[in-house]
Design a protein around this ligand. Structure first.
Ligand code: FAD
Ligand code: NAP
Length: 455
């Protein structure tokens, strides 16, 4: 085996540790740089990296069996939808079990990553220390950079109450007795509106678009464990699911919510077992979009006006890579073109892990991506020719535009089973290409070990 390239992984959240484990197990040398003092990223509430959006009562909305890594089952003693503390502990146990904690450099925030003249990477951390690596794997997460409405709603600068983003929400204590407006129809809005409804004086749920809301359980099983068959046309599975949801809960309009302007499956699933109850109990008032704010009131698009003390913007997140020069790589409008959501065309020594939004959990997909990257770095997999990659990416982008509601939240969407099946096929094809080419290393080992890990 020739000398393998040295790898830097940015981030030790669930995606970074999945990639680290795959490299560790295949003998690919790597360092994983983590801003925090622990692994788990988003799942560590009050994470000292300031990047976690977890709140006290957060439970996963993708079920335990869908979320677990393939070779490290979550304990059967855990519920179907565990609490965030149990999920954070699971990721910590994963690192311990597979024994690569010593490869993670904690409290090392990477501030800059730039390609050097020879193509290798120079990483600079917050203390100004520099390290070089042959390959960069980015796993910095995509749910920490808050997206606020742009432009801001008229009058928002004169509002005298609290305006906050869902990312900063921890618990409902401060909402007690207040008039609260929650904006959005994603999962953050559902949870925060429900929590607010138990303590606030009033809770208004405002939305610019309706959503199909699905329960966590259907037919006595976690929803995401009701089998999906890869390659069934999405329109067909969408129609079947829509019929089931309509039979189960009825149309969203029956609850006073806006009528979805799209068929089921054309938006990221909004999963909530509780919101419909709170709506039919009158504890949450459904509203159309915000239109403007005054000193202590908000007005909605239908002209109605209510007193408000707090506005919680559950308006999603931006995909950003603060360590890259913008001219090198950015994701304007949350768009970033990657081959199978991993490889950056034109930069063979750059890959991304977990930069996708599945219908289902991210973790098993990040695990498969990590294994793919390990095969690539060992010369066991070769990428297709650039033109084939480009046309594959164009096709994929077109499919996505056709299928999903045009929104910045649907730029990296994938179907869990279909993505895994396609990746398995691609890995087989690339293995055949690599074997035919004599398993040369696509990323040469140019960096010396001491440059990668200075004392
Ligand atoms: C409220 C909420 C609930 C969610 N619930 C689910 C769910 O139920 N199921 C699901 O599948 N997904 C869920 N998600 C999606 C979530 O993104 C994933 O669960 C998961 O956290 C993704 O892991 P990650 O490693 O990609 O990112 P993160 O968990 O965000 O981890 C990224 C890591 O990278 C580190 N990092 C970032 N930048 C740097 C840097 N410059 N230098 C060094 N380190 C850096 C961070 O410190 C962090 O540890 C949820 C998201 C939110 C916001
Ligand atoms: N485990 C859990 O229970 C849980 C809880 C919370 C979040 N999550 C996950 O965390 C991720 C982020 O979820 P999220 O709910 O925070 O964000 P999101 O899914 O991106 O939803 C953002 C919502 O805000 C709306 N919006 C955006 N900009 C707006 C604007 N300018 N004006 C009015 N409305 C606007 C969007 O509407 P459009 O559809 O029109 O764009 C959408 O309804 C998702 O993966 C989600 O599944 C999981």
């Amino acid at each position: 085996m020739p000398t393998l390239p040295t790898v830097a992984i940015i981030g030790a959240g669930s995606s970074g540790i999945a990639a680290a484990k795959a490299l560790h197990e295949r003998g690919v040398p790597f360092e994983c740089y983590e801003a925090s003092d622990r692994v788990g990223g988003n799942w560590v509430i009050d994470n000292k990296n300031g990047m976690s959006a977890a709140y006290r009562d957060l439970h996963i909305n993708t079920s335990r069996d869908r979320m677990q890594f393939s070779d490290f089952p979550m304990p059967r003693s855990l519920p179907d939808f565990p609490h965030h503390t149990q999920i954070a502990a699971y990721f910590d146990d994963y690192v311990e079990h597979f024994g690569f904690r010593d490869r993670i450099r904690f409290e090392t925030a990477i501030e800059r990553a730039r390609p050097r003249d020879d193509g290798t990477w120079e990483l600079t951390d917050a203390d100004g220390e520099r390290r070089a690596h042959d390959m960069l794997v980015v796993a910095n997460g995509h749910h920490s950079d808050q997206r606020w409405p742009e432009p801001a709603f008229p009058g928002s600068d004169s509002f005298e109450g609290i305006q906050m983003h869902a990312h900063d929400y921890r618990d409902n204590g401060f909402l007690a007795g207040r008039d609260v407006v929650v904006l959005g129809m994603g999962n953050s809005a559902m949870d925060i509106a429900v929590e607010s409804s138990y303590v606030a004086r009033t809770t208004h749920l405002a939305a610019r678009r309706g959503a199909w809301i699905v329960p966590k359980y259907l037919f006595g099983k976690p929803l995401d464990q009701i089998s999906t068959i890869p390659h069934v046309p999405h329109w067909l599975s969408g129609r079947i699911s829509e019929a089931i949801v309509r039979l189960h809960t009825g149309r969203p309009e029956r609850y006073g919510l806006p009528k979805p302007d799209h068929r089921f499956g054309a938006a990221h699933p909004t999963v909530s077992g509780r919101i419909l109850d709170r709506l039919i109990h009158g504890a949450i008032a459904p509203r159309p979009n915000l239109m403007r704010l005054g000193t202590d009131w908000v007005q909605f698009a239908d002209g109605t006006r209510v007193h408000a003390d707090v506005v919680v913007y559950c308006t999603g997140y931006r995909i950003t890579f603060p360590f890259f020069d913008e001219g090198f790589l950015a994701a304007p409008g949350n768009r970033i073109e990657l081959f199978r959501r991993v490889f950056a065309p034109g930069t063979p020594n750059l890959a991304f892990v977990g930069l996708l939004q599945p219908v289902g959990a991210i973790m098993p997909l990040a695990e498969a991506q990590g294994q793919w990257i390990a095969e690539y770095l060992r010369g066991e997999y070769h990428l297709p020719a650039p033109r084939a990659m480009a046309s594959g990416m164009r096709r994929e982008a077109k499919r996505m535009r056709r299928r999903y509601v045009a929104s910045e939240r649907h730029t990296i969407q994938v179907d869990f089973d279909t993505y895994l099946a396609n990746l398995r096929r691609e890995r087989r094809r690339g293995a055949a290409r690599a074997a035919a080419a004599g398993r040369t290393l696509p990323v040469p080992a140019l960096v010396r070990a001491e440059e990668a890990a200075p004392a």
